[in-house]
Design a protein around this ligand. Structure first.
Ligand code: PMP
Length: 427
């Protein structure tokens, strides 16, 4: 049993000693003290189905024994900086990770977060091309440091940092976008940005392949092939941000970009890569990687032995437990059930996503697509009371994000949808 501080005591300490910007979900905040696979447990021992843990990095499941074992073993043996000496953990992980990527994407840079990975990718593209202009998407999220905050396309995450050189293209959003599902029409906007807003050359295009923070938006079909063509014609580099969509989550593929049939020049990743341990990566070609030999470059803890031991264990678990197949199977089942809910409740405007990266958008009317923001919060809160944790996101805060650990079962999916159904039936 838990005998630590109460919710009120923790809240008081946060108020006195932690960042005033720190958020927590739910009106009545949850004090989670234990995690086991797809379940979380609060201070009273109450169990919750964690249908949002994937976002907070857990792909194999909370405290997966193989990953915990790898971390403990390596921690007992040695934890040190990545720089100075050799250690096999980082090399073994880089080899295993590179084997998951197509083409010439073989050189791995390790970081501590997704922000760091994207900052590095953007900097490398600028060094490689000698250009400054970056094109990213409206509604995208890439991080909270200078360049990544610039590339992010949602005002709520933006402080008044210097954002020169970033152009935000029309979002190829099949539900809300101006061209519906016509990927090539949206891609033309990127060509226009190059033609009207740059010297004709750009450093890079960066985008997620399914927007996570932006509310589980799958890019319109055909978008990335056309955009990658325009960017490469302008001498630029194509960066895929796989921080949320990577590591088997989409079920159909290991990486989100594969569903658009493209091969990026740089792939960035974080979250799932370490199953909860701080780890991020940039994977690129030897030719692009070369730019970081022009000066010295290092990252003290990026790719340290403990985090990379965890990373290697994650890749093995995904393989051993067929988590990609499970994401496809359970994800398709869950999506079908959510689609059926859409026919039942007027408030559901859209159900979308792939594998175990699903979104449900709530609107008060289908014509205007007016965001049902208060209702979204209400359903989330009530589902928590029933023992199910889901997330929310989207520019208007009216999209449920369902991104559970990849070990999620059909029974968990049923419990999640049944809870949502029950709450909506009483609204
Ligand atoms: N890219 C994407 C797609 C993300 O969702 C996030 C985090 N939400 C980041 C980058 C930044 O990662 P981190 O918070 O680890 O810096």
């Amino acid at each position: 049993p838990y005998n630590g501080p109460s919710v009120d005591e923790i809240l008081a300490k946060r108020k006195d000693y932690l960042s005033p910007s720190l958020l927590h979900s739910y009106k009545k905040p949850l004090n989670v003290v234990d995690g086991k696979m797809q379940y979380l447990f609060d201070d009273e021992g109450r169990r919750y189905v964690d249908a949002f843990g994937g976002i907070a990095t857990v792909c194999c499941g909370h405290c997966h024994p193989d990953v915990v074992d790898a971390i403990v073993k390596q921690t007992k043996r040695l934890q040190h900086s990545t720089v100075l000496y050799l250690n096999s953990a980082i090399a073994d992980f880089a080899e295993a990770l590179a084997s998951k990527l197509p083409g010439d994407l073989k050189v791995v840079f390790l970081t501590n977060s997704g922000t760091e990975a994207n900052e590095l990718a953007i900097m490398m593209s600028r060094l490689y091309t000698g250009c400054q202009d970056i094109i990213s998407l409206r509604n995208g999220y890439h991080g909270n440091a200078a360049a990544t905050m610039g590339a992010t396309g949602q005002s709520i995450w933006k402080y008044n940092v210097v954002q020169s050189g970033v152009h935000h293209a029309l979002n190829p959003d099949p539900y809300r976008g101006v061209f519906g599902s016509d990927g090539e029409k949206y891609a033309k906007d990127v060509q226009d940005l190059i033609d009207f807003g740059t010297s004709g050359n750009v450093a890079a295009f960066i985008s997620e392949t399914i927007q996570g923070v932006g509310g589980i938006v799958e890019l319109a079909p055909g978008y990335l092939p056309a955009v990658y063509g325009s960017i490469r014609n302008a001498g630029g580099i194509c960066i895929a941000d796989e921080v949320q969509s990577g590591f088997a989550r989409t079920g159909s593929h290991f990486w989100g970009f594969e569903s658009q049939g493209v091969v990026p020049d740089i792939v960035t990743m974080a979250k799932s890569i370490g199953n909860g341990i701080p780890l991020g990566a940039v994977v690129t070609t030897a030719k692009i990687a070369e730019v970081l030999t022009r000066r010295s470059y290092f990252n003290t803890f990026g790719g340290n032995p403990v985090c990379t031991a965890a990373g290697l264990a994650v890749l093995r678990v995904i393989e051993k437990e067929n988590l990609q197949e499970n994401a496809l199977l359970v994800g398709s089942y869950l999506k079908d059930r959510l689609m059926a809910m859409k026919n039942k409740y007027e408030i559901i405007g859209d159900v979308r996503g792939r594998g175990l990266m699903l979104g449900v958008e709530l609107v008060t009317d289908h014509q205007e697509k007016t965001p049902a923001k208060a209702e979204t919060l209400h359903v989330m809160d009530q589902m928590k009371e029933l023992g199910v944790l889901i997330g929310k996101g989207g520019f208007y805060g009216n999209v449920f994000r369902i991104t559970p650990p990849l070990c999620f079962t059909k029974e968990d999916a049923d419990f999640t949808v049944d809870s949502m159904d029950y709450v909506m039936s009483r609204m």
